[in-house]
Design a protein around this ligand. Structure first.
Ligand code: SF4
Length: 388
């Protein structure tokens, strides 16, 4: 069997301060990453890093976009390319700044163009200039289960025909659903699915020399833990994503109620989180914690409570029906007063109904009206209709 060597990627962010990419992709793992470099990389560090590579090429990638403000940062990129070529490697660049691609003709060996709706509409304008450059296209898949992605295969086939080049479909690093790649083949190499394990096992030069698993949270592994931990009750956007990932493909933070502080220690040890107590006062109950990981990934909003009865009371006090459900230890728990069918329907149709039942709000803090106001705005931004 042919040995598979690790990919070696140099992460760039030319901006000394901030993030050198013009886009704002919801799945971007780099914008707030503590490992994001700022400014050019040291040629000595680059040489030491690439000397360990067994492949014939080195990739230069975001981080931010390598071709961002090419007029300003191009000389730094060209110096990096020269350092790599002097050691006998080919160079591959991943970019969305397609207006600069032709400037790299004869300078780099491969270019992979990351697709998004803006890039797709602009390709035709530049394609003529790309004759003689080895180009392929890559697309990050939506974070959906295999069955939902299988339904999208005809669209990918049509896209590949329209592009006329190899199309690489990359598993979303934030996806929590295991994919069955045997169902995701096209029978030829014109379109390929790339598993996230390949990226997570690859070697990266960021501010340090590391592998993908050190940089990016494996969302599936984290989900596997929190969904099967009996001392956790998950709620909010994550649970809506579990109920209907096609209607709710994105969630921001992971909201959870923990019944034991030991859960935070596990999340710290296994998933590199640090928790900060953000409760309003030293004695208030329940306790609120904000968890951030050194690996790029989701922030955790954790509420520490004493009993399952308190967790149930907290969720039963939610203002809208779409929020009256939790997931714990492999099971959904729907508020029995509203009922499973009504809650599922509200989530599936993005219709939130204000509940005028006699809510018990004794576990909410004094800022709850403000929290509920913000939550309503968040739901509206996500496309919910609010039936007050
Ligand atoms: S284009 Fe890439 S670097 Fe820029 S925001 Fe999107 S994912 Fe992040």
């Amino acid at each position: 069997m042919k040995p598979t060597f690790q990919n070696f990627t140099i992460i760039v962010n030319w901006q000394i301060k901030g993030f050198g990419c013009a886009k704002v992709c919801s799945y971007c793992n780099w914008r707030d990453s503590p490992q994001l470099p700022h400014g050019g990389q040291n040629p000595k560090d680059i040489s030491t890093f690439i000397a360990k590579c067994d492949k014939s090429f080195i990739t230069i990638s975001g981080g931010a976009d390598p071709l961002y403000k090419f007029e300003e940062y191009g000389p730094q990129l060209l110096a990096m390319i020269q350092t790599i070529k002097e050691q006998g490697f080919k160079v591959r660049i991943i970019t969305r700044e397609i207006q600069h691609v032709a400037k790299l003709k004869g300078i780099v060996d491969y270019i992979s163009i990351s697709l998004d709706p803006d890039v797709l509409t602009e390709i035709e304008r530049y394609q003529q200039e790309w004759m003689g450059i080895d180009i392929d296209y890559s697309l990050v898949l939506p974070p959906l289960p295999t069955a939902a992605l299988v339904r999208l295969k005809p669209q990918y086939l049509a896209l590949s025909g329209q592009l006329g080049k190899r199309l690489v479909l990359r598993e979303n690093l934030n996806s929590i659903f295991p994919l069955d790649f045997s169902k995701l083949t096209f029978g030829h190499s014109g379109i390929v699915f790339v598993a996230k394990a390949l990226c997570l096992a690859s070697r990266y030069l960021t501010t340090v020399d590391c592998v993908g698993y050190d940089l990016v949270q494996d969302g599936e592994r984290l989900a596997n833990y929190v969904m099967n931990e009996r001392r956790l009750h998950l709620f909010g956007g994550f649970v809506k994503h579990l109920i209907n990932p096609c209607v709710h493909p994105e969630y921001s933070d992971i909201d959870m109620i923990a019944l034991d502080a030991d859960v935070m220690r596990i999340l710290e040890g296994e998933f590199a989180y640090t928790f900060k107590d953000v409760s309003k006062s030293a004695t208030s109950y329940p306790r609120y914690f904000l968890g951030k990981s050194t690996r790029s990934g989701k922030t955790i909003q954790l509420i520490l409570m004493n009993t399952p009865a308190d967790a149930a009371k907290f969720i039963a006090g939610a203002q809208y029906d779409v929020d009256r459900v939790t997931f714990s230890n492999g099971h959904f728990n729907f508020d029995s007063i509203v009922g499973e069918q009504a809650i599922r329907h509200a989530i599936n149709t993005k219709q939130a109904h204000l509940l005028d039942d006699d809510r018990d709000v004794s576990l909410f803090n004094v800022n709850r009206p403000l929290v509920e106001q913000r939550h309503k705005i968040k739901l509206l931004r996500r496309g919910f209709t609010i039936n007050d």
